[in-house]
Write a protein that binds this ligand. Structure first.
Ligand code: GLY
Length: 571
């Protein structure tokens, strides 16, 4: 009797969970299936229902996208402490209703006392976890100055009005989702190891779904920020508490570091893809440049005709990714310290030349440097939110603590968690960071320098009008996840919800392997890719792409990634 394998059936079932669905190798990508929440006037899509609710309320009260961005960002610091923050940093890419675009860089910085080799021992070896866990891993936070500057330049409601909902949420408490309870329980040991006191995110008995997390100290810190703006964080009581916390754990952030921190307005980077204008984050993120390189490299190929997640489509995308991540390691860093060759990296002749070694039939092996191993767990370390308002202003914001709950350091008495962004520097040339990313001189540690990021908050225009707002967390996978969401919409005709839910794959040059979610590539596609010489590696679900798309009927469609508690709310 013929033996029947259950694997193809399992693939189809898992895929259908995401897509809706038409099995086999050529899944349907019709716009009508799995449509997300729609709204005529405005939309907020974020990683947490409370944050989306608060952002939407601000929009309904007449606030614009940037008022809502501040309110949502602060609400995430309360309701989504795994990544939402005031102790980290982030990027805003904006497009105003009149077409003006720009970017705000509120990335963390290396403290003044940082040194190039601060994470190496006497033999020059990397000290395990020193840039990841505890006080020394913390970069000077930029989130509060970023939100203050965002509001000053682009907001319309009074500052106190946009801060207040997060204060109320912290005081009244957050009802934990199943996922949040699991994440907090998972981080318990690290919180206890790193902090000299028991932070209120730690409980003797495990957190359960439905438990209420009260954050009164965070509420007080937010009140200081409400009343004093940036001085409520970078000076006075909050600054004193933060510096005291640093001293308790041999951290190196000083009062001077805090006083001197300034977020910076930068021009966004932009390019085109199949007639759409793509606007994204400039350095110190590698995200915008890498995304524009990827789009230009795949544009000559018939992705639509080949079909979604088909061997040729995946092969071309992966080969572009391999080349782009190699550039990232060599050329990208903080533009205030290192001359990033932006124009050269985006030059079409250069990109054409980069793809001249591309072989349609064979994978090009990555250069043999020490391989980094990506972590195969959920990547919650960063969070993205997308907002549009009734006037057509758009905010694309990605903010981060870096790892889950950052350094795990909670500032005693101030109730907020600090980032471990120092790990995004190249702590030693050629040694991979927690995302397996390798770097060199461009991203070496220098006091006051910003560490390289992959965050890719992005906005697309079609015919001069706002078309899409998109971004995601996911460390090194951010760039390729945003890339795939854009191709899903433009080349494969998906709506926003479908595009963010669709399973993904990732290649980052080193390690030399395609990492894919369980249902991203069918068995026959995997076989075809292996025949071309690709190495394949399964990994857990990753990223949380949250986007907004203008539908042909004029409505906004919010796409909230089903991998998390992400929620779209519109009106
Ligand atoms: N911490 C993740 C990033 O900025 O890319």
């Amino acid at each position: 009797m013929k033996k029947i394998s259950l694997f193809p059936l399992l693939y189809v079932l898992l895929f259908c969970q995401y897509m809706g669905c038409k099995p086999a190798d050529k899944p349907s990508a019709s716009r009508s299936k799995e449509q997300g929440i729609t709204g005529r006037k405005g939309m907020v899509v974020s990683a947490h229902p409370e944050a989306s609710r608060i952002g939407l309320e601000i929009l309904k009260k007449g606030g614009n996208a940037y008022d809502a961005a501040v309110a949502t960002g602060l609400a995430l610091a309360v309701a989504y402490p795994v990544a939402g923050n005031i102790g980290g940093g982030g990027f805003l890419v904006y497009r105003k209703h009149d077409g003006e675009t720009g970017a705000l860089d509120y990335r963390e910085k290396a403290p003044k006392a940082a040194t190039r080799d601060m994470y190496l021992d006497a033999q020059g070896n990397v000290i395990a976890n020193a840039s990841i866990l505890g006080h020394l891993a913390v970069g000077v936070p930029g989130a509060v100055d970023g939100m203050v500057k965002m509001h000053q330049k682009l907001g319309s409601l009074p500052w106190a009005q946009v801060v207040q909902p997060a204060i109320d949420l912290a005081r009244n408490g957050v009802v934990l989702t199943e996922r949040e309870a699991r994440l907090l329980n998972g981080a318990k040991e690290e919180f206890l190891k790193v902090n000299k006191f028991k932070p209120n995110v730690v409980r003797d008995t495990p957190w359960q779904k439905g438990d209420v997390l009260h954050l009164p100290e965070l509420a007080k810190t937010l009140e200081r920020i409400r009343d004093k703006g940036r001085a409520g964080f970078y000076e006075g009581e909050t600054a004193d508490l933060l510096v005291k916390e640093m001293k308790r754990g041999r951290g190196i952030i000083s009062h001077q570091d805090l006083e001197e921190y300034q977020a910076v307005w930068r021009p966004a980077v932009s390019g085109t893809y199949r007639g759409y204008k793509v606007i994204s984050m400039s350095p110190p993120s590698s995200g915008g440049i890498a995304l524009l390189q990827l789009l230009q490299m795949v544009e000559p190929y018939e992705l639509r005709e080949w079909g979604w997640q088909q061997p040729n489509t995946v092969h071309v995308m992966v080969e572009a990714q391999r080349r782009v991540y190699a550039d990232r390691a060599a050329y990208l860093g903080d533009p205030d310290f290192y001359k990033v060759p932006v124009a050269s990296l985006l030059n079409s002749a250069y990109l054409k030349k980069r793809m001249s070694t591309f072989d349609m039939d064979r994978a090009t092996p990555s250069t043999q440097i020490q391989e980094g191993q990506l972590l195969a767990h959920e990547s919650d370390q960063t969070t993205h939110y997308s907002i549009v308002d009734q006037w057509g202003n758009a905010a694309s914001v990605t903010t981060t603590l870096n790892g889950n709950f950052g350094s795990a350091v909670m500032v005693e008495g101030a109730g907020f968690i600090l980032n471990n962004e120092m790990d995004d520097f190249s702590v030693k040339p050629g040694v991979p960071n927690m995302f397996g990313l390798i770097g060199g001189e461009a991203n070496a540690i220098v006091p006051g320098k910003r560490m390289l990021s992959s965050m890719t908050p992005t906005i697309l225009e079609k015919d001069g009008k706002l078309f899409m707002v998109v971004g995601t967390p996911g460390g090194s996978t951010i760039i390729t996840s945003v890339f795939q969401a854009i191709l899903n919409v433009i080349d494969h005709g998906m709506g926003m919800q479908q595009a963010v839910a669709a399973p993904r794959f990732h290649h980052q040059w080193l390690p030399d392997q395609i990492q894919s979610e369980a249902t991203a590539l069918s068995p026959s596609v995997r076989e075809a890719l292996q025949n071309k010489g690709h190495k394949l590696q399964n990994r857990g679900n990753y990223g949380a792409v949250d986007g907004i798309l203008k539908l042909p009927n004029g409505l906004w469609e919010g796409g909230a990634d089903p991998r998390g508690d992400d929620t779209a709310m519109g009106y």
